[in-house]
Design a binder for this molecule. Structure first.
Ligand code: ZN
Length: 317
């Protein structure tokens, strides 16, 4: 099949990501489009006086998808200078892993990528680590405002390791606390926190939430004093089974917690405290880009990979 003659229009690029995942020529073309738009440029000297190398007899694209620059005479591919240069994994597998990571609400495991793409587990881990990194927030994000729900959740150890300590809720020592604030109708900010002291919660809130915001939390006493720093502070009293009082509830933040918990229990099983934040990048990216369609979200993640290539460090464990 002369697959490389199938040119994709801009709208098709978004719609056709599943096709791209099964055909390397389409995948290369897709990544070229993401990188260069309609103006392919030399990765060495920046010249746009470039051309695709083709087989002299068949006219088909070079098997390695090489380009050549007429100015500096260099040959190169779309991988050069990107995260894809560091491995030989085919670009269709990258496309598939990005697609699955951006369209499965609860995430996708390296094991599943290994099975679907028929690549080694090591390669699948390589893909997923970089994809999560591509989803990490960049720079200083704007503070949340409007109506903001804040709450903590606990991730990890599913059974108590010490008799007498409840496996649920505040006060347990063997779970990792995660703070989350969600702006209704907007984005969320989530982070692993060392503890749930008033000081920790206060600094997390101040870093993520504007003082003009209307804050909603549950009745945890440590929020009471902190709440005075904001335009208003309402609480719902979960201990008396009060969950909703008109507009006053923390259902939004709790539903994002639930997605993380289901994803981590059902897909990733066990994540160490050290790496938890990498998985949170993924869940947070999905939530904060939930208004995009699947194709747009996939492309947003791919662009993130390009922007962060040089900062990536392989996990040490
Ligand atoms: Zn050049």
């Amino acid at each position: 099949m002369k697959s490389d003659t199938h040119k994709l229009s801009k709208s098709q690029v978004v719609e056709n990501i599943p096709a791209v995942c099964s055909n390397e020529a389409l995948a290369v073309e897709f990544f070229e489009k993401q990188r260069w738009g309609n103006t392919p440029a030399c990765v060495k000297c920046g010249s746009v006086n470039v051309y695709q190398m083709r087989d002299a007899k068949t006219g088909e694209r070079n098997r390695r998808y090489l380009w050549r620059c007429r100015d500096c005479k260099e040959q190169y591919t779309v991988r050069i200078g990107t995260v894809y240069e560091e491995s030989r994994i085919e670009l269709r597998h990258w496309a598939y892993a990005f697609w699955r990571a951006c369209t499965s609400k609860k995430g996708v495991s390296a094991l599943e990528i290994q099975r679907q793409c028929q690549i080694s587990y090591k390669s699948a881990l390589f893909l997923m680590n970089r994809i999560r990194f591509a989803m990490a927030p960049e720079g200083n994000l704007p503070k949340l405002t409007g109506t903001v729900e804040a709450d903590e959740m606990y991730v990890g150890a599913r059974k108590p390791r010490y008799p007498g300590i409840s496996p649920k809720g505040r006060g347990t020592t063997n779970k990792v606390p995660v703070f989350c604030a969600v702006e209704r109708g907007g984005e969320l900010r989530r982070r692993v926190i060392p503890d749930v002291t008033g000081q920790t919660l206060r600094s997390a809130l101040h870093e993520e939430v504007s003082r003009q915001a209307h804050l909603i939390t549950d009745e945890y006493p440590r929020y009471k004093k902190i709440g005075r720093d904001f335009a208003s502070h309402e609480t719902v009293c979960h201990s008396t089974k009060e969950y909703v009082r008109g507009d006053i509830h923390t259902n939004t933040v709790e539903s994002t917690h639930a997605l993380v918990k289901r994803g981590i229990v059902g897909i990733y099983h066990n994540i160490s405290r050290e790496y938890l934040h990498r998985y949170l990048w993924h869940f947070d990216f999905l939530w904060n880009n939930r208004k995009m369609n699947d194709g747009e979200r996939t492309i947003a993640a791919i662009r993130g990979a390009e922007g962060k290539r040089l900062m990536y460090r392989e996990p040490s464990g």
